[in-house]
Design a protein around this ligand. Sequence first.
Ligand code: RRO
Length: 298
Amino acid sequence: MPPATVDLCGIELAHPIINASGTFDVIAARRVFGDALDERFPFAAYVSKTVTVAPREGNPPPRLWELPAGLLNSIGLPNKGRRGYLAEDLPELAALPVPLIVNVMGFSRAEVGELVTAFALRDEVAGLELNVSCPNVETGMVMGADPDEVSRLLAAVRPLTEKPLIVKLTPNAGDVAAVARAAQDAGASAVSLINTVRGMALSPGSREPWLGGGTGGVSGPAVRAVALAQVYAVGGVVSIPIIAMGGVQSGADALELIRAGADVVAVGTESFRDPAAGTRIAAELAALRTSPALTRGD
Ligand code: RRO
C-alpha cells in the first residue's frame, strides 16, 4: 500500500499530485468556483506563478498557440513584483487549504537572493521554487543550463533560509542530470522538472513568428516522453525528492513518472482543459497503486 501522505522535503502532502507553476490561477478560479474551490481543492500543494523583484507587464500578444498535442506559450512573466505579491496575493493564497510553494525568478543571483530573503520571513510560505530558466544578466547564461551557474546560485541563496528550496530545472540544458546533481550538492532540497521545451510557431502563410515573444515553451502530451527521459536520468543521480511534470493527463501518466523516479507529480497544461484534473488524476493514481494486480514491481 502506498503511504497516505507524502513528505516533500519536510512539506507534508495529502497525496502526490500538485500543480505546475503558472498553470492554475487560484485567485481567478476562486472568482469562478467560490468556496467550492477550497472544499475540493485539486492539488496537495499550491505552487504560485513566478514572482520577480519588479512588476512586469509580460510579453506582447499573442501569447499562446495550440499544438496538435499541447500548447506553446510565451507569457513573459507578467506579475505584480515582490511588493505587490506580498501585499495583494499572499494573503489570499495563504488561506488555501494546502501548503503554499512560491515560485521565484531573478535576473541575477542578487535578485534571487532578494526574493528568497523576502519570502523566508513569511510563515505562510512552506517552500520556494527557484525558476532558473532565465538568463543571468551578469553572465548571459541561462542559470539552469549550466551546473556551475546553479552551484553558484545555491551557494548565494541557500544560507538565506531554512525553508525548502526546490530547483525547477530547464529541459533546454545540455546535461540536465549534471545540473540536478550540482543543485543537490549545493544544498537544494528537491528538484522539479521539466519546464517547457523551447519551440516556435509561424503566423499562417508567413515567415513571421506567431508569438509576440518570438519563441515559446512547449507543454502538454507532446513533451511527456522528454519529461520521462529527463526524470529517469535525474533519478539516477540524485537522492533528494523529484517533482516530475510534463504532459500528465491521467493517473497512469503520473504512475509512469513515479516509476521513472519521481516522488511527486505536477499537473500543468491538463488543468487548462479541466480545472478539476488534479483531483481526478490523484484518484486514478491512488486506484492504480492500491490495485494488487497493477502494483507488482512498484
Ligand atoms: O512566463 C512564461 O512565459 C513562462 C515561464 Br516564466 C516559464 O518558466 N515557463 C513557461 O513555459 N513560460
